[in-house]
Design a protein around this ligand. Structure first.
Ligand code: ZN
Length: 199
């Protein structure tokens, strides 16, 4: 691994003071000036400073309740309620949308376990990005068990949207339907035929 130059360190410090959107672009520029060895060095530095990375690597005491190849689940030591569990991706990603693996699997398993053992419902919270109140630079998902009269408030005031706004937004945010692969189509046809045979 290769150390960073004084100039690169200074640029990194300046970068951290910029607004988030600018940070990403500037970081890309800075990274393009670095050698692979320097990028590796930078990553290892970031990892050492990240609380969740240190938890993943057992360098910080924890109550681990779940683990698979991509995620761990730990008990929050300052819980919103009894059994509050945090799902953490093993790889260092700041944003939840950067995670390639399917995080619905740990969510389902932990939610089921909490229901079985604590008879609690859950609120599932992801704060993605600074404006959403994300506090640490490593993505996470909070599973908060809910009990009757638990005094947890996850509410917002609803506003009225105009027809015009909704129409415009629905076009802007539209994600086109993925075309199913050939095998899935064949399955669909088979299912349909089986249904047809039922008198
Ligand atoms: Zn991390």
């Amino acid at each position: 691994m290769e150390q960073l130059t004084e100039e690169q360190i200074q640029k990194l410090n300046e970068l951290s003071k910029l607004p988030q959107e600018q940070q990403q672009a500037e970081l890309q520029k800075l990274l393009s000036t670095m050698s692979p060895g320097q990028i590796e060095f930078l990553k290892s530095q970031q990892k050492q400073q990240c609380l969740f990375c240190s938890i993943v690597e057992f360098q910080t005491p924890q109550y681990r309740v779940y683990e698979d190849n991509y995620f761990i689940g730990i008990l929050d030591i300052n819980p919103a309620s009894k059994g509050h569990t945090i799902i953490i991706p093993k790889k260092h990603h700041k944003f939840i949308n950067e995670i390639e693996e399917d995080f619905s699997i740990p969510i389902k398993k932990i939610t089921n376990k909490i229901y079985e053992e604590l008879q609690a419902d859950v609120s599932i919270i992801i704060n993605n990005g600074d404006k959403a109140g994300q506090k640490l630079p490593h993505a996470s998902i909070s599973i908060i068990p809910r009990y009757e009269n638990d005094n947890i408030n996850i509410e917002w005031q609803s506003n009225k949207a105009s027809e015009e706004e909704l129409k415009e937004l629905s076009q802007k945010l539209m994600i086109s339907k993925e075309i199913p692969k050939v095998e899935e189509k064949i399955e669909e046809i088979n299912d349909y035929e089986e249904d047809e045979r039922i008198p």
